[in-house]
Ligand binder design. Structure first.
Ligand code: MRU
Length: 345
């Protein structure tokens, strides 16, 4: 089943409510693009490629909701919807990338009636979602070449089917290596504060019978220093032109410790996540989420009442810690500025 999809029977956007996993499997339904934006912010759906596909369907929904009776009025409504969707989460560039792709589709001069635009937008959102699955699989088999029989892989956050339309990025590489019959073991970072590792990655690995151990985030350094990790695989929400990689908070620490211990560190990144317009990672907007995610666990307070807390959702790993970047078009090695430009082209 796909993480997010268009239901053609009801003309609504449906998505797995990931806030409820692994306890309950619920599919939420949306008929308003503003609610789709809220679902992205509140993390019903999360993971850079999944957010992008969701925003694509959100734009298709906005076109259907609009009462516009001429092309110009519909394009104005779509610009307004784009602003709402773009504001939902700032770090994953796939969101803005997908919204921009939808706006480009809508503005095609050959589409001269509102209904033609509506139809084209739904087709484009569907194509974007279908492509995501295809390229994830290509990326996964490219990355699986890095995995040897017997490897232990350290993984952060959730980068599986749930973080994409289907299959996954870094976790997709792990699925591909497993499918190839390699005996692998995964160390799964729990990934505080939202516990995407414990709740979602553990759930996906368990379903596929891939051997793993869940570890607290603070244990990763211990396992790397004591020779129990062969490779670190992560995803990315935005990769800058120089190869600096923004990903789930805690990734930077993993990369530094990996380098210190001579362990290869590979982000697995669709080219839609590479933002050549940003020279380096310092320019990537880092989402700061509410303090309640830090001071509570599942609604239960774990700190004195009223204290202050900081909650950056992502960090930037400078490219000097990155061994290589796995994409659907191949694995990119330094110098990243040159090679990323070539591969995105
Ligand atoms: O806050 P999240 O759960 O959306 O963060 C997800 C990640 O950090 C992933 O590693 C990233 O989106 C890329 S993987 C598909």
């Amino acid at each position: 089943m796909r993480t997010v999809y268009w239901d053609y029977a009801t003309d609504t956007v449906k998505m797995i409510d990931q806030r409820q996993l692994p306890w309950t499997f619920e599919v939420a339904e949306f008929d308003d693009y503003r609610e789709v934006a809220r679902a992205i912010t509140e993390m019903y759906v999360r993971g850079a490629p999944a957010i992008g596909a969701t925003a694509g369907f959100g734009m298709a929904l906005a076109a259907r909701q609009s009462q516009a009776t001429n092309r110009e009025a519909l394009l104005a409504d779509l610009d307004a919807a784009a602003a709402v969707l773009n504001a939902a989460r700032p770090t994953a560039v796939n969101l803005a990338w997908a919204v921009e792709r939808m706006l480009r589709t809508a503005r095609q001069e050959t589409l001269d009636t509102p209904d033609a635009i509506r139809e084209a937008l739904l087709a484009e959102a569907q194509a974007l979602a279908d492509e995501d699955v295809e390229l994830n699989k290509r990326m996964a088999y490219n990355g699986a070449e890095l995995i040897s029989d017997g490897d232990t892989i350290l993984h952060h956050c959730n980068t599986g089917a749930l973080a994409t339309v289907d299959w996954g990025t870094a976790l997709g590489v792990i699925f591909a290596a497993h499918e190839q019959g390699k005996k692998i073991h995964v160390l799964v970072d729990e990934t505080r504060p939202r516990l995407q590792g414990a709740r979602l990655t553990a759930w996906e690995l368990d379903q596929r019978d891939i051997p793993f151990d869940l570890i607290v985030d603070n244990a990763a350094g211990h396992f790397m220093r004591t020779g129990q990790v062969d490779i670190v695989l992560v995803g990315s929400d935005r990769t800058a032109a120089n190869g600096d990689v923004a990903n789930k908070i805690g990734t930077y620490k993993l990369a530094v410790v990996a380098k210190e211990n001579g362990i290869p560190f590979y982000p697995v990144v669709p080219t839609s996540t590479i933002d050549l317009s940003l020279d380096n990672g310092d320019l990537i907007p880092i989402e700061e989420r509410g303090a309640e995610e830090v001071v509570t666990v599942f609604g239960k307070s774990i700190a004195p009442k009223g204290i202050s807390a900081r909650n950056p959702a992502f960090d930037v790993t400078p490219h000097r810690y990155v061994t290589g970047i796995v994409t659907e078009a191949g694995i990119v090695y330094p110098p990243f500025r040159k090679h990323l430009r070539e591969i995105v082209k």
